[in-house]
Design a binder for this molecule. Structure first.
Ligand code: GUN
Length: 296
């Protein structure tokens, strides 16, 4: 079988267009412009690239973007004071603090100081609890993007066997909750899992989110399975820098029914879902109906 390629770049463009339509409607009918505040502490080059991209795409869909760039040695007190200000600013519907934070700042404390209703990353402990109990929450962007692609490809996921490789708070755990919410039978596998190849071979859906280049070979993939590759790993091959996923794409594509490429798969969906979450937060804050097809 030769896998269908799930084009995340095209799907993300569709999501952004849907968000832009809804934003235009909100402005016209309600006089409201959704606003997203992004806080960057320090000068991590990768974080600077992400933050720039987030700001640009926020403006492109017609939302207001508020960027707060703080010195690497910013005190916890000053960062918490800024979050407090953003929490009470009615023009700000979403707040994202770019991670990782410099080592002297307590990440959990900072994340949990964000108003859960504005926590567009879905990292606040209240949102984690709401998701885990199947209640309305803000859902982390990368798993939400994966879920949207799976729903688009399959329609219903009910009864499917899904394995999530990786147990991070940002991807693995919320991904498992979302798949469970869509009535999959879910296994969370990790570095201590016994016989990982066997676990993966039983899965109709494989979500790989471990951050290890090409660790899942094609012969672990069940014929016809759907493979969602969350990994973005920079490697050097034949003297050139290359981006690869957690799955060995060439061999997996020979067995899978559908597969996301790296780059151009899950990656572009993450920011698209951040914009969708900001729109959702704005609608909820104003007592308006949530946008259809853009939430879990
Ligand atoms: N750093 C890398 N990915 C993310 C993300 O999804 N959200 C935040 N806040 N920081 C990140």
């Amino acid at each position: 079988m030769v896998a269908q390629v799930i084009d995340g770049k095209a799907f993300a463009a569709k999501v952004r267009a849907q968000v832009a339509d809804q934003v235009a409607k909100l402005k016209e009918e309600n006089g409201i412009t959704p606003g997203l505040a992004v806080v960057l502490v320090g000068e991590d080059p990768a974080s600077q690239v992400y933050v720039r991209s987030k700001g640009k795409q926020t403006v492109e869909v017609g939302m207001n973007s508020y960027e707060h760039k703080l010195e690497a040695n910013t005190s916890e007190e000053d960062l918490l004071a800024l979050i407090d200000k953003l929490n009470s600013d009615p023009a700000v519907h979403g707040i994202l603090v770019q991670l990782p934070l410099p080592k002297h700042l307590n990440e959990d404390l900072v994340i949990n100081s964000i108003d859960p209703a504005k926590d567009v990353d879905g990292f606040h402990i209240s949102n984690v609890g709401l998701l885990g109990t199947g209640q309305k929450s803000m859902v982390p962007c990368t798993p939400l993007g994966c879920l949207m692609m799976l729903r688009e490809h399959h329609g219903s996921l009910s009864g499917m066997d899904a394995v999530v490789i990786g147990r991070s708070n940002i991807v693995g755990k919320p991904m498992a909750q979302l798949l469970l919410g869509d009535s999959c039978t879910v296994t969370i596998a990790h570095s201590r899992t016994k016989d990982l190849p066997d676990v993966v071979r039983r899965a109709d859906i494989v979500v790989a989110a471990v951050g290890r280049p090409e660790m899942v070979p094609g012969d672990w993939i069940k014929e016809g399975a759907t493979v969602i590759d969350v990994g973005i790993n920079r490697i050097e091959r034949d003297g050139k820098n290359k981006l690869v996923g957690d799955v060995d794409y060439a061999s997996a594509a020979e067995r899978a029914g559908a597969i996301t490429p790296v780059p151009g798969g899950v990656g572009p969906m993450t920011i698209a879902c951040l914009l969708a979450n900001t729109l959702t937060a704005c609608c909820r804050a104003n007592g308006l109906p949530e946008p259809e097809g853009l939430t879990a």
